[in-house]
Design a binder for this molecule. Structure first.
Ligand SMILES: *[C@@H]1O[C@H](CO)[C@@H](O)[C@H](O)[C@H]1NC(C)=O
Ligand SMILES: CC(=O)N[C@H]1CO[C@H](CO)[C@@H](O)[C@@H]1O
Length: 268
């Protein structure tokens, strides 16, 4: 009897406990859902360990210099979401290039780059050349001077798993291309000022019948407007390779990038 009562009590409290847990979970689910509907996550996308740039010994001071340099830049120079840095000496000279997506807040940008740095140390533990991409930022560490240069070597292609429905691939590709050229004109427009978040960055949306196509384009802020345009042409030319007949896709490069989807994925 006593045992039963005890059991009952326990049962009641644990069920009310599970009810309150459920309520919290429901709240979180609601929160997660509203975040997801803008797909404002910061997923890891891909990385490249650049074999040709050599390796370093993890016991050497190279990595701690790199870390100090990056920490300092992240804490002091992130106003426009772009970092370029030079450090180390002689054969251990490193160049850092990092940029956040134009709609990332300063704190999202900072936390993305902190994640990116620990991610790159894990994925390419002793490569001197390495690149890592997340939704909100990328980080490129190299032995090669990258400032103001267009990168024609490192492209990353990602596409939405879903195919365009209804056999409208040709028309959809044409509409996507049109959106990308519209984005390009917007990204390199003359009214834009250097040292602002919007510099060399653009978002746009286009109605396609009952659907809506959303797009984003960005060059790194060190590029000249002319070179941004050249870089964007080079990524747009990869459209068939990355995304033929897909509902969404992106081409990423350490100098410029684009993405399009049939759902809103970027704050406008
Ligand atoms: C444009 O890009 C090329 C190729 O990366 C580079 O050599 C040149 O210095 C850049 N020009 C400017 C004005 O930044
Ligand atoms: C990767 C991901 O989370 N994609 C989702 C983005 O949002 C749309 C609609 O809001 C979903 O359908 C996708 O699955």
């Amino acid at each position: 009897m006593v045992r039963n009562a005890k059991y009952l009590t326990l049962d009641i409290s644990s069920s009310s406990l599970s009810i309150s847990i459920l309520a919290v979970v429901a709240l979180q689910l609601h929160f997660i859902h509203s975040v997801l509907s803008l797909n404002q996550t910061n997923s890891y996308l891909q990385h490249i360990c650049i074999k040709g740039e050599g390796t370093y010994n993890q016991e050497s001071s190279y990595e701690s210099q790199l870390k100090r340099h990056l920490d300092y830049s992240i804490n002091n120079y992130l106003d426009y979401g772009f970092i370029h840095g030079v450090g180390g000496e002689g054969p251990n000279t490193f160049y850092i290039k990092a940029q956040c997506r134009g709609d990332a807040s300063e704190s999202e940008c900072r936390s993305c780059l902190v994640t990116a740095f620990s991610g790159i140390l894990r994925k390419c533990p002793n490569n001197k050349g390495r690149i890592i991409w997340y939704d909100n930022c990328f980080l490129y560490i190299s032995t090669v001077y990258t400032y103001q240069k267009i990168d024609y070597k490192h492209y990353l292609y990602l596409h939405n798993a879903k195919d365009v429905s209804g056999g409208n691939t040709k028309l959809f590709n044409k509409n996507t291309r049109a959106l990308l050229y519209k984005l390009k004109e917007k990204a390199i427009r003359k009214e834009q000022k250097p040292y602002t978040r919007d510099y060399l960055y653009a978002t746009a949306e286009e109605s396609l019948g009952t659907m809506k196509l959303y797009g984003m384009m960005q060059c790194t802020q060190d590029l000249s407007v002319k070179n941004c345009s050249v870089c964007l042409d080079s990524v747009i030319a990869k459209l068939p390779k990355c995304c033929n007949g897909k509902q969404g896709g992106r081409v990423l490069n350490p100098s410029c990038t684009f993405r399009f989807e049939l759902y809103p994925f970027v704050r406008t």
